[in-house]
Every structure is written in C-alpha cells, then in structure tokens.
Design a protein around this ligand. Structure first.
Ligand SMILES: Cc1cc2nc3c(=O)[nH]c(=O)nc-3n(C[C@H](O)[C@H](O)[C@H](O)COP(=O)(O)OP(=O)(O)OC[C@H]3O[C@@H](n4cnc5c(N)ncnc54)[C@H](O)[C@@H]3O)c2cc1C
Length: 456
C-alpha cells in the first residue's frame, strides 16, 4: 500500500509545510500540536481533497521524489548528479567580505546577499523567507520581504517550525515574482505545489535552499531559553546563532530576551539539547528525509563545517549551484569584491555534512527497516530499508538518537505543564550520557579493528 498524506499525519510525521492546505484552498487546516510542531488536520476532509493534498505532501508516495522533481531549470537538470549533493554546478565555500555584516548572519551571509542581489537586479519583486513573527503566539514565521533593508533585517537561521500556508496563499494571488527560501522538504513541497498550481509556478522564480540536518520543534527555542533563565511564558525573542570573535564559528552562543527585560546569552554547546548530534526536539518527519542539500532548489547554502574554515569565527558558507543565473550573480559579486568564493570538491562538500548524511543514509535505512518490521507504514525513500546497513554499535546509536528526539518532545511538554525545567533536563541528560557511552564504544571498536593484526 502506498504511504499517503493520511499515513504521514497519522504517524506524526507531518512537517507542517502547509502545501496541502494551499492545494485544497484551505480545506485542510493546520494545527499546533502538543509537541510544538505544526501538523495538517485531516478530520472530515473529503477523499478528493485528500488526493489533491497527497500529491503535494513531501512525505507521501503520491508525490514525486527529489530525483523526479530534479532541479528547477533544464540547465540545472543537465548538470552532473551526485547521490549526496544532487545536481551540482559550482561547488563553493565563501562568505561576505564585511566582518560587520557577517556578525548579523548565521554563516557566511551569502544567502541574504544573494536574495538582496535578486531584488536589486529586479529579477524578483519579493522574497519569501522566515523572519521574526509579528504576533505574540510565535517567535518566527514565514514572511514576505520586498526591500534590501528588510532582507538584511531578517537574517540568521531560525531553527523553529513555520508553515508556508499563508505566504503561498498570498503569492498565488498577487502576481508578484518571488524567490523562496526553505529547508529541503519545504522546497520540495513548494516545487510539487508549483507542478499543480499554474499561478504559483509563474510566481516563484527562484528556490533558495538551506542545507538541513533536521528541523526543530518550538521546544528547542524554549528549552534553551529556559536554561539561560527565561521561562517560556516570559520569552520574547531568541537568537540561535550569536557569533563570538574569540571562538570558532561552530562554537556559537544562544541568546534569549525576556519580555520587558534584557538579553541573556550562553554558549549553545553548554546547554542540554544544544548539540545537534543529540537530535533534541527533532520532528519525526526528519527521520524520513533523504535530502540534505535541498536537491530540488536552484542553489543551496549551508555551513562549511570543514577543518580549514571551522576555526574562523566569521562563518563560511558551503554553496552548491544549479542555475546559471545564480552562477553569474556569484561571479559578479566575487569580481567586485563584495564576496569571497573558492572552489570545493564534491567530496569536500559532502564531508562538511558528514553527520547529516549519515543520519539520512545509514540511519534512514535502519529506521525504515525498524518501522517495517513493526508493521508501520513508511514512505518509499531513495534509501533501501536495511537494519544491517551499520554495525551493532552504530545501530544502537541510531536507535538511541531516535528515542531522544521523541522523548525530548514529551519530556519538555511535561516540563512546561508542570512549570519545572528539571522534568526535561534530568531524563534528557541521562539519555545523552547513554548516547555518549555508545559513541565512545563505537570509537573504541573502530580503533581496535584497525589495530588488530591482519591474518596472512
Ligand atoms: C532547520 C535548519 C537546519 C539546518 N541544518 C544545517 C546543517 O545541518 N548543516 C548546515 O551546514 N547548515 C544547516 N542549516 C543552514 C544554516 O544554519 C544557515 O542557514 C545557512 O548556512 C545560511 O547561512 P547564511 O549566513 O548564508 O544566512 P543568513 O545571511 O543569515 O540568512 C539566512 C536566510 O535564511 C532565511 N531563513 C532562516 N531560517 C529559515 C527557515 N527555517 N526557513 C526558511 N528560511 C529561513 C532567513 O530569513 C534569511 O533570509 C540549517 C538551517 C535550518 C533553518
């Protein structure tokens, strides 16, 4: 049986992108779940609407996969294809030239620089991206920006659940030309929707991807803020990526602002759940994604987590292009000295996302096999289910990480209800300790295997 949008929602693996709602003219509402995530609500939806919705759901078998969608342009699809990066034109590392500018960006600032260029060159009228929310009930939301100053004001990565529903509803009506920024599953969902919706297809001219390790629930922001002294009910704003010129780019701070109060800031890696490898507050959807490099976008930006760049506090982007217009803009920026670029190999680009690729390849093979063995519905992925894809130690690690993602959401929901942060921090710390023991065990096993004398 194909895995449909109904299975996706029933299994709690809806990412809340909202394309199903747009495809059905609002027949499918989105709700905020008790785990701090958006999800489609399918009660009472007609069969016909379910079919329309399933064709645009990024986790449904009724929708095309990343290989079938490919890059947005014919030129992009003619480029070489790597199973880790997707189609790739130029593979680069780079950053904005100004240190002052870089303080306001998450990484090398090239995402915002490109968006600004698209506006300045009048290739688009507006940008659809995530910025600070204008309502009290969320910290961030998808927003439409029409000016360079607006693009500059809405920089940085927002590790926070959002939905495309409202902005795409506007975009399909107003006749403007857009660039859309998103994590891989959102770009894929929007591309699918464009196949179904002529007005949107004519409106969204550039798809700008963000490399993605995984998305986070609202609890990520709230749990880090609570740990620095701002409980959820007082939380007004967060900054997930505060750079510190005295430290490596990967060693950034988290900052929280309480209502009517000042900013408190702490090293992210010192906070429980701050290490991305631990998968805290990861939605279940991300356990079923196999796209790290936003393979269906015109260009993707990430962090160049490579030894030659990681020590530089300013941050360095990794860039993979799939559109000649983007290539030309980047080349012009480098020629004018606005930005710095240098070529990387495909292997280096993949290495910069080694953890994400392990999670989306070997880890995914295990999770698919586990769920099928348990009789659960899973989407067809470009990775085959295989519990033997990894050794026994890694198998335990993959399963422990999945447990931590799931349990962190429940522990934090209880902590919130009981107004007691320890209800989350205590069990999560114990789970992380177990994860670390498994990691050390894996390292020792690897070392012993290398040292063991070879038989002649
Ligand atoms: C959930 C998530 C997970 C990520 N995981 C990884 C990872 O594992 N490895 C890695 O190398 N990089 C990852 N990134 C990308 C990384 O954090 C930076 O966003 C990227 O390197 C761009 O940096 P920049 O300095 O060029 O962007 P900036 O100049 O700071 O601009 C960022 C732009 O992206 C927009 N934006 C921010 N958050 C979102 C969002 N959630 N959805 C849509 N638009 C958004 C902003 O509005 C702004 O336009 C992730 C990003 C997100 C949102």
């Amino acid at each position: 049986m194909p895995h449909t949008i109904s299975d996706t929602v029933a299994r709690g693996m809806c990412i809340g992108c909202g394309t199903c709602s747009v495809a059905t003219d609002g027949a499918i509402p989105l709700v905020l779940t008790r785990r701090g995530l958006y999800s489609a609500a399918l009660d009472g939806v007609t069969e016909q609407d379910l079919e329309r919705a399933s064709r645009v759901c990024p986790f449904s078998d009724d929708a095309p996969d990343e290989d079938e969608l490919g890059a947005p342009t014919p030129e992009g699809n003619a480029l070489p294809l790597d199973p880790r990066l997707g189609h790739h034109g130029r593979v680069l590392a780079g950053r904005h030239r100004s240190d002052d500018y870089l303080l306001g960006s998450s990484s090398g600032g090239l995402t915002s620089w490109l968006l600004d260029q698209l506006l300045r060159r009048e290739l688009v009228d507006a940008v659809i991206h995530v910025g600070r929310a204008d309502a009290d009930d969320a910290l961030f939301q998808y927003t439409i920006t029409t000016t360079s100053s607006g693009v500059t004001a809405q920089r940085k990565s927002q590790y926070y659940p959002t939905t495309l529903r409202d902005v795409l509803d506007v975009a399909r009506r107003d006749g403007r030309r857009y660039a859309l920024v998103g994590v891989p599953c959102f770009i894929k969902a929007a591309r699918q929707l464009c196949r179904e919706d002529d007005r949107l297809r004519e409106s969204i001219l550039f798809f700008v991807g963000l490399v993605c390790g995984h998305m986070k629930s609202r609890f990520f922001a709230e749990s880090l803020a609570w740990q620095v002294g701002v409980p959820p009910e007082h939380l007004a704003a967060v900054d997930f990526r505060v750079k510190n010129p005295a430290r490596a780019s990967s060693d950034y701070d988290f900052a929280a602002t309480a209502r009517g109060d000042g900013v408190v800031q702490r090293r992210t890696r010192a906070l429980v759940g701050g290490n991305w490898g631990h998968g805290a507050f990861q939605p279940e959807a991300c356990n079923f994604c196999d796209d790290v490099f936003a393979e269906t976008a015109d260009v993707v930006f990430g962090d160049a987590w490579l030894p030659q760049y990681a020590a530089d506090w300013r941050g360095t982007n990794i860039v993979v292009t799939r559109n000649p217009v983007v290539d030309e803009i980047l080349s012009a920026g480098a020629a004018s000295g606005d930005i710095e670029l240098e070529p990387l190999t495909v292997d280096e680009a993949a290495r910069s996302q080694a953890g994400g690729l392990r999670h989306r390849r070997d880890g995914l093979a295990v999770r698919l096999a586990d769920d099928l063995a348990a009789g659960l519905s899973v989407p067809v992925k470009r990775v085959r289910p295989d519990a033997s894809a990894v050794d026994a130690n890694r198998l335990a690690l993959v399963r422990q990480r999945r447990r931590m993602s799931l349990m962190s959401l429940d522990w934090f929901a209880s902590a919130r209800a009981q107004h007691d942060l320890a209800v989350y921090v205590r069990p999560m710390s114990a789970a992380i300790a177990r994860y670390r023991r498994l990691e050390v065990g894996g390292l020792l096993t690897g070392l012993l295997t290398k040292l063991r004398p070879r038989r002649r």
